[in-house]
Design a binder for this molecule. Structure first.
Ligand code: ADP
Ligand code: MG
Length: 750
């Protein structure tokens, strides 16, 4: 898992930028519900009025408003207004001051509002109580009540004011009235109180000639406009986030593929065997893709979720809706569901990568060996084998996908259920007047956002371990050091001649129980031919593979020009060796590009010469395009013998000091074989030639012949010497040549 994060180290600047962008996006997203709430609560319900102190007020209202104020409140009220040609205008106050005034003056203003807004019954009730006085100086008017019906109201404020001024009303009586109205208001929630106070402000402003509905429209336009800008900003941030996150993801993918490839190219055969080609391919493609996808998601969603959750929690806290327990409940339910699903699906997720590997292995094996499969009529069985691997993967994917399909609907169910629950709880509060409708809608939105951010986090907790497996597999490849490396301080040979010396060499394949080679000692000199012969499996290929350090010896040492090859620069060592492997491998391109493989700067002349020695010029020139003929992938469009000859030409074109042929003449006919060897000894006089062969006739004239038997030296000498002294060699020779030929070669050979 940590590998996924460590991949990002390189991209910390982009990640930082993303964090900033995400915070911006989160801020915008989370301020949207606030705007909706304002539009509903202030813009529509409160007619665009935010504060209860009217901006402009008539002198009468100004005086009447103070009926229920105590001295401190009166002072606050009077300090807030200045007289201007018979009317009072609110001073330029900032938001905080206005909010404080809202708090302090709400009750007296609502009380005065009630006084100016008495229903007929309330009025009659009051008049009865205060029988001693209320003159007829009241204003009767019609207005809509809360449910929109027309009702008759009585405004008794002028009368009360007159009475106070005339000294007819005592402090105690006012207090009594105050108490009476407060009683009717006591059942009213704070939000309804505020709504009433706002209505008061609207009435007062209207009375003072302020265009209230114009103000409302303006409020709506301004709020809507702000909301739109926020939406645009949010969209811009979201696009930028996607852009940067995708770039980082793709970058991480590219880096990983590059690092995997670079490392694998340096692998020795031991590491290649450890990982298997098919697994390496899956790791470089499928696994990298997993990591890339999760990285992008990590940056876009997982980083966003906490941002949203934090903003959401802040907003919910600010909203004072006191329904946080609903959110906690929702989160608990969702985490519970997801954990159950994870427990069910996790083991399968883990085995998925292995199954992909297996499918890859089987299909590779079948595809590369298609001819053999057909020749042996194994199509059916191989198909079944593929089918098994394919089905295993399908079953696992189906299972995990099925489990995961549960996720969306159950999440939706929980979310909708929460919506209902919140609405239900909130409805009671709206009814009680402690909550406004807009606040409820925004609360629903906040809680959905918080819950979905938790959902994303938990959902990612499923994806992450899976990608973690992939990342680990990639890291395994990246962190595996090749066992064969150039030494830090390479030694250099004095003169590069090409003397190869094996000294008591022993070798055992990693993990094998038996030594593949033991006690091999010989010297291959420049200008001479050293042949290696032995039955199949006797260790011939193993022996020559040790020279370019495909493997390191496990015992003894190999020197080239007196320097142990393990202390030579690897590149320099391999530069001196022209190696023709047992299995000719060509690359897609032209014939010329294949011959130039080891020395791209070789001239046409040199390419022609190499092809000539390798006896390849005849068939190349027969081709229509000659040296520019196309070679398909793996050399599929040339015969085995042609492939061998091109491989030989490729080795010769390098002009190496040491030429190694691993059974490279086996696909050639006797005549070509003889011609090639003749040319080799003439043209490549100075090179040390090491030839692995099956045919005694190929090596008759070799300067020395090394006979291998089950990894041990059974003999070393010339053909004649070996015929006389080496039982193993004699047997091989006798199995290939007749008595007569044996006699002849004893004299013809060295
Ligand atoms: P030859 O080329 O003489 O036919 P090899 O050198 O290819 O024989 O093989 C010698 C022995 O080493 C054989 O017994 C073979 O099973 C074993 N061997 C060859 N390659 C490997 C390998 N990559 N891992 C383990 N054992 C191997
Ligand atoms: Mg071999």
């Amino acid at each position: 898992m940590r590998y996924i994060f460590s991949n990002l180290k390189h991209y910390w600047r982009s990640v930082l930028l993303l964090a900033v962008l995400l915070i911006v996006q989160g801020f915008c997203e989370m301020s949207m519900p606030q705007y909706t709430q304002n539009i509903i609560d202030i813009g529509i319900q409160n007619r665009g009025i935010e504060h209860i102190l009217p901006s402009k007020i008539t002198a009468d209202e100004y005086a009447e408003a103070q009926i229920f104020m105590d001295d401190a409140q009166k002072r606050e009220w009077q300090d807030s207004y200045s007289e201007k040609s018979g009317e009072y205008v609110r001073d330029d106050l900032d938001k905080e001051e206005l909010e404080k005034l809202d708090q302090d003056l709400m009750t007296p203003l609502v009380l005065t509002y009630q006084l100016g807004h008495m229903t007929e019954e309330e009025f009659r009730g009051m008049v009865k109580d205060q029988a001693d006085g209320a003159g007829p100086d009241v204003r009767v008017f019609e207005a809509e009540d809360e449910s929109g019906k027309k009702a008759t109201y009585v405004d008794v404020r002028p009368a009360i004011r007159q009475m106070i001024e005339a000294g007819q009303l005592q402090e105690g009586q006012i207090a009594g009235m105050k108490q009476q109205i407060e009683e009717t208001l006591s059942k009213t929630g704070e939000q309804t109180m505020k709504a009433m106070a706002i209505r008061y402000a609207a009435d007062a402003e209207k009375a003072a000639g302020v265009d209230v509905s114009g103000l409302q429209k303006r409020y709506l336009w301004v709020s809507g406009g702000k909301m739109m800008w926020m939406a645009l900003l949010m969209a811009a941030a979201a696009i930028a986030v996607s852009f940067v996150a995708s770039r980082v993801g793709a970058g991480v993918g590219r880096d990983l593929r590059y690092r995997v490839f670079r490392n694998v190219v340096g692998y020795s055969s031991a590491e290649m065997e450890k990982f298997q080609t098919s697994s390496l391919i899956t790791r470089a493609t499928n696994d990298v893709q997993q990591v890339q996808m999760v990285t992008t998601m990590l940056l876009r969603m997982v980083m966003y979720a906490p941002v949203l959750a934090v903003w959401g929690i802040v907003k919910v806290y600010q909203s004072h809706a006191n329904m946080s327990w609903v959110i906690a409940l929702g989160i608990a339910v969702i985490v519970g569901i997801i954990l159950t699903l994870v427990v069910l699906a996790m083991p399968k997720f883990k085995s998925m990568q292995k199954l992909v590997d297996r499918l890859n292995l089987v299909s590779r094996e079948i595809l590369t060996g298609l001819m053999v499969v057909r020749a042996f009529g194994r199509e059916k069985t191989e198909e079944e084998r593929f089918d098994d691997a394919n089905r295993d993967l399908m079953r696992t994917q189906l299972f995990t996908n099925r489990v995961m399909t549960f996720m969306m609907p159950s999440m939706m169910f929980v979310m909708s259920g929460l919506g209902v629950l919140i609405t239900w709880v909130a409805a009671h509060r709206v009814d009680a007047g402690t909550l406004q409708v807009g606040a409820m809608t925004s609360f629903i939105t906040y809680s959905m956002v918080i819950i979905s951010s938790f959902m994303i986090l938990t959902a990612m907790s499923i994806m992450l371990p899976r990608a973690g497996v992939a990342a680990e597999r990639i890291n395994e490849v990246i962190s595996t050091e090749t066992s064969i490396e150039s030494p830090a301080q390479p030694e250099r040979a004095g003169a590069k001649k090409g003397v190869v010396r094996f000294e008591n060499v022993g070798f055992r394949y990693p993990g094998a129980e038996m030594d593949a080679l033991k006690g091999i000692t010989f010297t291959a000199e420049p200008g001479k031919t050293t042949a290696v012969i032995g039955s199949t499996g006797s260790g011939k290929s193993t022996l020559v593979n040790l020279i370019p350090r495909f493997y390191d010896v496990t015992e003894g040492s190999i020197t080239v020009d007196g320097v142990d090859i393990r202390s030579m620069d690897l590149h320099e060592l391999r530069d001196e060796i022209g190696f023709v492997p047992q299995k000719g491998t060509l690359f897609s391109g032209t014939i010329a590009s294949n011959i130039r493989f080891g020395r791209p700067e070789a001239s046409d002349e040199e390419v022609r010469r190499a092809a000539g020695i390798a006896q390849a010029d005849d068939f190349i020139e027969e081709k229509e395009e000659g040296y520019d003929s196309y070679i398909s992938q793996g050399g599929g469009n040339v015969s085995g013998g042609q492939k061998q000859r091109l491989s030989i030409a490729r080795a010769i074109a390098k002009n190496p000091k040491i030429l190694v042929f691993d059974d490279s003449f086996s696909a050639l006919d006797m005549k070509t074989d003889a011609k090639l060897r003749e040319e080799l000894s003439e043209q490549e006089k100075d090179a040390a030639k090491i030839i692995v062969a099956q045919r005694v006739s190929t090596i008759l004239n070799a300067d020395q012949i090394l006979v291998l038997d089950e990894g041990r030296m059974a003999g070393l000498g010339t053909h004649r010497e070996l015929l006389d002294h080496c039982e193993v060699y004699r047997e091989i020779a006798a199995s290939q040549l007749s008595e007569k030929e044996l006699e002849e070669t004893r004299h013809a050979g060295r």
